[in-house]
Design a protein around this ligand. Structure first.
Ligand SMILES: Nc1ncnc2c1ncn2[C@@H]1O[C@H](COP(=O)(O)OP(=O)(O)OP(=O)(O)O)[C@@H](O)[C@H]1O
Ligand SMILES: Nc1ncnc2c1ncn2[C@@H]1O[C@H](COP(=O)(O)OP(=O)(O)OP(=O)(O)O)[C@@H](O)[C@H]1O
Length: 532
């Protein structure tokens, strides 16, 4: 039975057509994954269902949206909210209460749920999402991943018919992502919940999807079984790339499928680990401890970042990655310990000077953007960094090509905004670059480009530290991986060892072929060698 039906949906901003002739039917109890390149209109498609588009975005919508057979296209988002639950890309922006418990109860209060029911559902949800110990916490003090879990919990409590999620796992660590998706899938199967979910990390979501809605560059949407769409989709997870490369039929969608098919591969020569040359240390941190209130977020961390090296910082949600990054940059709290960048402590420098020592791209990229247009931001970055005109724009065009320079940064898609923030920070060419979860909102091509930019920066002698939950990205860029747990370094070393030895951090190719394999490109090279 169809729950949501989109009929002939079109949407445009002036001359920019985002969606065109979209027909889409969502059945009861199915999970549909919305995929497509950065900025093609995935969030817009979700917004048409929640009603946020066009009400809060402007632009012109045509066509009809039906919920259980009745048109809701004229209905304001607030009136559909109890039936169509929505979690956006920036959970903090959607919060209305102060504490976790209040936030979980808020939606139910709005629809007049009985107090006993409310209490029961709050407890259930705290457990379901593993956030019971955070119940009394102020929402603003939660880590990015903790906020994302609360946001998902707060829409589940109202028991909506339809759940619309925009990149719900982008801030979650690999295990949390798996848990949250498994929880949602259970509701889909057991309660007939209908889920529409946009996500760039297909490796996380494809195994849970009943169908994929692929938004193409021309604004049309193709909906089909995952295997059919992935066979020639411009975005595909590493498993599918591996399957395409080895010409496996049917394409593997799970690690288990792929392992079975991998038995047919010829014997391949595994990649040779290249020992890293020792280089000069640019940033040295010793005994760094960060305390928030009574919570010790980072404990006695020693870390050295060297010229030409890319260090990837990983660890569960709340393990202290952001706290450490801000302490290294100098504007974050530091309870004790020392940080030295080429003889200076960044914490004692003025902000303008600090930027030329340490560049930081924060988890919420929008925090760096304050001007009226993309062109203004880029021009200011060039001037501020005494870089040639067009430097920032050049970097932006590599990461996310073709953005209209007159657009307000607020109107960029999430991935486009991140690309802009990165370009601004990179323009100042600091010797140390800190990136907090830099792949949110980027598609595979965007990530590959980011990986090339990071490699170029390292080749120029910069030291790069990036925190990420994206194991596939880490496998591509890391010279070294450092894992934090409860604020302490618990493991560090080359990615081939650290990623491969951990069940939660192993990339898909490692799971299929075993160590030392990390990425599809290595398999491609080995197959190529056999053919020669
Ligand atoms: N006010 C506006 N005027 C013109 N174009 C706009 C405006 N607001 C958004 N856009 C453009 O509409 C397109 C669709 O944006 P949307 O957020 O739906 O993309 P997305 O596929 O969700 O991207 P991402 O993967 O980065 O989240 C983008 O190219 C964006 O730049
Ligand atoms: N003001 C605060 N008061 C109390 N605890 C805080 C405060 N700020 C942060 N914390 C806690 O410190 C811990 C570390 O947070 P941090 O943001 O550094 O983690 P993270 O590893 O970056 O997490 P994520 O992967 O989810 O982004 C978390 O448990 C967080 O809840």
């Amino acid at each position: 039975m169809s729950v949501i039906e989109l009929r002939g949906i079109g949407f445009r901003y002036d001359e920019h057509e985002v969606l065109r002739h979209v027909d889409l039917t969502l059945d009861e109890g199915e999970l549909v994954l919305v995929s497509g390149r950065t900025g093609v209109g995935k969030s817009t498609l979700l917004g048409v269902i929640t009603g946020l588009v066009p009400r809060f975005t402007g632009g012109v919508l045509s066509g009809d949206v039906l919920l259980d057979g009745a048109s809701i296209v004229e209905q304001p988002p607030r009136e559909r909210a109890h039936l169509v639950g929505y979690v956006g890309q920036d959970p903090l922006a959607g919060f209305v209460a102060d504490t976790v418990e209040e936030e979980l109860a808020y939606g139910m209060e709005q629809i007049g749920t009985a107090p006993e029911t409310m209490r029961r559902r709050v407890e259930e949800t705290l457990d379901l999402l593993g956030i019971a110990d955070l119940r009394a916490r102020d929402l603003r003090t939660l880590s990015g991943g903790q906020q994302q879990r609360v946001a998902i919990g707060s829409v589940l409590t109202t028991h909506p018919r339809v759940l619309v999620l925009d990149e719900p796992t982008s801030a979650l660590d690999p295990t949390a992502a798996e848990d949250v998706l498994a929880t949602i899938t259970r509701l889909v199967h057991d309660l007939g919940l209908t889920v529409l979910l946009a996500e760039h990390r297909l490796e996380r979501v494809v195994p849970f999807a009943d169908r994929i809605a692929l938004v193409a560059g021309d604004g049309t949407v193709r909906v089909d079984e995952p295997r059919a769409v992935l066979a020639d989709s411009p975005v595909a997870p590493p498993l599918v790339d591996l399957g395409r490369l080895a010409q496996w039929d049917p394409l593997p969608l799970t690690v288990r499928d792929a392992r079975r098919q991998a038995r047919s591969l010829p014997a391949l020569t595994p990649p040779e680990p290249v020992p890293a040359p020792a280089t000069r240390a640019v940033l040295a941190a010793r005994g760094v401890t960060v305390v928030h209130g009574t919570h010790v977020a980072v404990r006695e961390v020693d870390l050295t970042l060297s010229e030409g090296r890319v260090t990837v910082l990983m660890g569960r949600n709340g393990s202290g990655k952001s706290s450490l990054i801000w302490a290294l940059q100098g504007s974050g709290k530091r309870h004790s310990g020392t940080v030295d960048v080429d003889g200076d402590d960044p914490a004692s420098l003025a902000p303008a000077q600090r930027r030329t020592h340490v560049g930081l791209v924060p988890q919420t990229a929008a925090d760096l953007l304050y001007l009226e247009s993309v062109a203004d931001e880029c021009a200011a970055a060039d001037v501020g960094a005494e870089a040639g005109p067009g430097t920032c724009r050049g970097l932006l065009d590599r990461l996310a090509p073709g953005i209209d320079e007159d657009l307000h940064p607020r109107d960029l898609s999430e991935g486009q905004r991140l690309a802009l923030a990165l370009s601004i920070v990179l323009t100042a060419r600091p010797p140390v670059l800190l990136l907090d979860e830099p792949t949110r909102g980027l598609d595979y091509a965007g990530k590959a480009e980011l990986a090339r930019i990071v490699a170029d920066l390292a080749a120029e002698g910069r030291a790069v530290l990036l925190a990420t939950h994206d194991v596939e990205f880490a496998a591509h860029v890391a010279d070294e991986v450092v894992v934090l747990a409860e604020g302490e370094v618990v493991s560090s070393g080359p990615p081939r060892r650290v990623l491969a030895e951990s069940p939660s951090f192993a990339p898909q190719v490692t799971k299929v072929l075993g160590p030392p394999w990390l990425v599809v490109e290595e398999v491609a090279a080995a197959l190529e060698e056999l053919r020669r």
